[in-house]
Design a protein around this ligand. Structure first.
Ligand SMILES: [Zn+2]
Length: 307
């Protein structure tokens, strides 16, 4: 399978490991699959790529329902209430991540966002859009695309418009000055088509912001396995290759967050492909003890290349 971004040949390097048995859709989607590394831009991607419709079914279930381990411990309805409280609390917190992202975007944009429209794809708690509204108020129209209904009260409180569930659902006639997609692209089987569509939705002079996990070395040395349901594992070169293939010019590409210095609690190299709930819970606990963002991310800011 050639590289989806630069078309160079790719070689299989690893099998998917750590697929939780409690998630039958993940088992179906990732069993017996691996990842291949491009010999050109070094992009690592699922080989073969899982079915997009099956992944959509997984996300619809995974992001609406509380995790199976929590349901098993305290029951479905209490787990649901717990998740709603958590989301409401997240939506009330200052959008500190989003503020830092907004400042990075402002540095490239060269004009004020006042009077413009922004789009946040895969928004979740929408920390970027909330940061925009905190700074500019109703002077900026902030749209979000988000598959889960669970953030509705957060969006209402901050005056955000949920216009679609996913990027595919957005009307091609919409136009934005800034489009933001943090921790989205690594989940999309056809990441290139997604960025091409984003290019069509951007105004001339508009800015794209993408954040993904940083999978440059030592990622595959110390994680030992790819993280399902991620299907793309970007390094600096491959994220730039994707942007270029989709018709963007890279304005900045930086590492953010603490570097990966040690195994943050992922599976050992000899772990079986599928692990039990108890083992997975133990591993997640170790990972949490190291902090929510144990690894670094890559932040790309790009502008549309005009022909
Ligand atoms: Zn490549």
């Amino acid at each position: 399978m050639p590289c989806p971004f630069c078309a160079s040949p790719a070689e299989r390097i690893l099998a998917y490991r750590g697929i939780p048995e409690a998630e039958p859709l993940l088992v179906e989607g990732f069993r017996a699959r691996g990842v291949a590394r491009c010999t050109g831009c070094e992009h690592v991607f699922a080989d073969p790529m899982p079915d997009a419709a099956l992944l959509d079914r997984y996300y619809a279930h995974a992001f609406r329902a509380p995790p199976p381990s929590l349901r098993a411990r305290i029951g479905s309805s209490r787990a649901g209430a717990c998740l709603r409280r958590l989301r409401t609390r997240l939506g009330a917190q200052p959008a500190s991540d989003g503020t830092a992202q907004l400042e990075a975007i402002d540095g490239v944009l060269g004009r004020s966002l006042s009077g413009a429209r922004t789009l946040e794809v895969g928004a979740g708690p929408a920390s970027f859009s909330r940061a925009v509204r905190e700074r500019h108020g109703a002077q900026v129209i902030c749209d979000v695309a988000e598959p889960s209904d669970e953030w509705r009260t957060v969006y209402e409180r901050h005056g955000l418009r949920r216009i679609a569930a996913t990027l595919e659902g957005i009307d091609e006639r919409e136009r934005y000055l800034v489009i933001h997609a943090a921790h989205v692209v690594e989940h999309l089987p056809d990441a290139l088509s997604a960025l091409v569509k984003i290019g069509r939705l951007l105004l001339d002079g508009g800015v794209l912001f993408v954040e993904v996990p940083d999978c440059d070395a030592p990622y595959f040395r110390i994680h030992h396995h790819p993280d399902p349901p991620h299907v793309h594992f970007f390094g600096r070169r491959s994220l730039a290759a994707l942007a270029k293939a989709a018709g963007f010019g890279v304005r900045s590409l930086e590492r953010a967050g603490p570097p990966l210095a040690a195994d943050p609690g992922f599976l050992e190299a000899d772990t079986k492909e599928l692990v039990g709930d108890r083992e997975l819970a133990r591993l997640l606990e170790r990972r949490r003890a190291k902090g929510p963002h144990a690894g670094a991310t890559l932040r790309l800011i790009a502008t549309k290349e005009t022909a």
